[in-house]
Design a protein around this ligand. Structure first.
Ligand SMILES: [Zn+2]
Length: 283
């Protein structure tokens, strides 16, 4: 599933390939269920002739700002991706939405599993307002982060995945960050010391920045996996230390990485580097 670095890669690509400033000449919706709260007719009517003023990321959402009261908020969910489609590709089996741009290009939304969602809203705050802070935002200081953790008894792994607590992390980068910070995924958040909390914030930032630098993580090359706008796999998979590496040695200490299930999600830990602490002491 695309997480912050993958979504950022797509947003950066859309900007680099001059999607901003384009007029949407036409829209075709082939799979109406992709639209969260409107009909294909209304969706096409409201977007036609609009200029894409900005494209940005918030959490795992891509936001297209068209006008003060017209914003397209896209969530790629499991397997959504965008690319510029040639004439033959426009009719591809997994192409569900097509945007014809003013310069003649066709931007295709491709989604093998069809879980992605497009919301056309007058106020993006309706969706984005529920999200927690951006992990790379400097306003998220170590002090504020420590206070956020101290208030929560929930175990740290599911808390990191909770988009209303912090936006943009998914299973891959949460596991990598916890390993990087020597924190066991079952630790109650309020049990982390100030030092551990700071280390975790640094680790979250380190793994996300690395993911962005490597243009995302693609776990395979099939159509379900992340690919950039140019349809290239991300380069971050070879940098993963624990995610999907169960049974292989921890790159830090050599102990064999284990797979656990935490809140119904596969979780990967080093049993030596990430020791489970005793019963909750601080909270
Ligand atoms: Zn280790």
């Amino acid at each position: 599933m695309p997480e912050l670095p993958e979504v950022q890669t797509l947003v950066d690509d859309l900007k680099a390939w001059n999607a901003i400033g384009q007029t949407i000449e036409n829209v075709e919706v082939r799979w109406p269920s992709i639209l969260a709260d409107t009909t294909p007719d209304r969706f096409c009517r409201l977007l036609r002739a609009k200029v894409i003023r900005d494209i940005r990321r918030r959490g795992k959402y891509i936001v297209w700002d068209m006008a003060k009261d017209c914003h397209l908020v896209v969530h790629l969910r499991m397997s959504g991706r965008f690319f510029f489609a040639g004439p033959a590709e426009r009719h591809g089996r997994h192409v569900h939405v097509l945007f014809e741009l003013g310069d003649g290009r066709w931007l295709a939304y491709h989604d093998t599993r069809k879980f992605g969602r497009f919301c056309l809203v007058s106020d993006p705050g309706r969706i984005l307002g529920r999200l927690g802070p951006e992990p790379l935002d400097k306003r998220l200081t170590a002090g504020r982060w420590a206070k956020m953790l101290a208030k929560r008894r929930r175990r740290i792994k599911p808390l990191l995945l909770d988009q209303t607590f912090i936006a943009g992390l998914g299973n891959i980068y949460a596991d990598e960050a916890l390993w990087e910070a020597f924190v066991h995924p079952l630790t109650p958040a309020c049990n982390l010391t100030r030092q551990e909390a700071t280390r975790l914030l640094r680790a979250v930032r380190k793994v996300l920045r690395q993911g962005i630098r490597n243009r995302g993580t693609s776990l395979g090359r099939g159509l379900n996996n992340f690919a950039s706008l140019q349809r290239q796999a991300g380069g971050n998979a070879s940098c993963l230390k624990v995610y999907r590496r169960a049974g292989r040695p921890c790159p830090r200490c050599g102990a064999l990485i284990r797979r656990l299930v935490v809140a119904q999600r596969s979780t990967h830990v080093c049993p030596e580097c990430q020791q489970e602490s005793g019963p909750s002491s601080k909270c």
